[in-house]
Design a protein around this ligand. Structure first.
Ligand code: HEC
Length: 157
């Protein structure tokens, strides 16, 4: 009984794509700043991406970018260009590269690298004296990046 239940859960997880091949932050292949392959192995959910872009606790993209479609979100920043029409200016692969690690597209960008776990200057572990890099995950998960890319792909003028 127990075993058949576990089997059924596993089958439904596989069917829902939960075990789709995920590209780790250290294994992302950039070509001139863009990334062709889906990081999660599945396509993104634009509605969820819209939420992440406007959410101060997740992407918080609106801290630096205005988005007319998110007019209900207060205090939008102007450090980066408005994201309206982003899909006219950039392909999906370029948008994925920009969101995963903007520094691959724009050298010295102040935009955070949302899918990166290495190369940050972070305080080491005071107790062991070792760098603490490995204890941090990326700012957004592979699927969250794909959701954001799916949303940005809807921003046409
Ligand atoms: C700390 C500020 C900051 C944050 C936060 C930020 N960005 Fe950016 N972004 C920039 C800047 C500045 C640029 C312009 C390119 C450069 O760095 O010179 C940029 C460029 C872009 C571009 C290309 C702009 C265009 O339309 O031509 C896209 C797309 C983009 N960002 C998406 C995002 C998304 C999505 C998020 C949230 C997940 C985000 N940014 C968070 C600062 C930021």
């Amino acid at each position: 009984m127990k075993i058949s239940l576990i089997g059924a859960v596993a089958v439904s997880l596989i069917a829902s794509g939960a075990f789709a091949e995920e590209v780790l932050p250290t294994a992302v292949a950039y070509t001139d700043g863009s990334v062709e392959q889906s990081l999660s192995g599945t396509s993104g959910d634009a509605a969820n991406g819209r939420q992440i872009v406007g959410d101060k606790k997740q992407g918080n993209c609106v801290a630096c970018h205005e988005v007319a479609d998110l007019a209900d979100v207060p205090f939008q920043g102007e450090i980066g260009p408005a994201l309206d029409g982003a899909a006219d200016r950039w392909s999906e692969a370029e948008l994925r590269g920009i969101v995963a690690n903007a520094k691959m597209m724009f050298e010295d960008s102040m935009m955070p690298s949302f899918y990166k776990t290495e190369g940050f200057i972070r305080p080491g572990n005071a107790y062991t004296g070792e760098a603490a890099d490995d204890t941090f995950g990326p700012l957004l998960s592979a699927q969250q990046i794909e959701d954001v890319v799916a949303y940005l792909s809807t921003l046409k003028e």
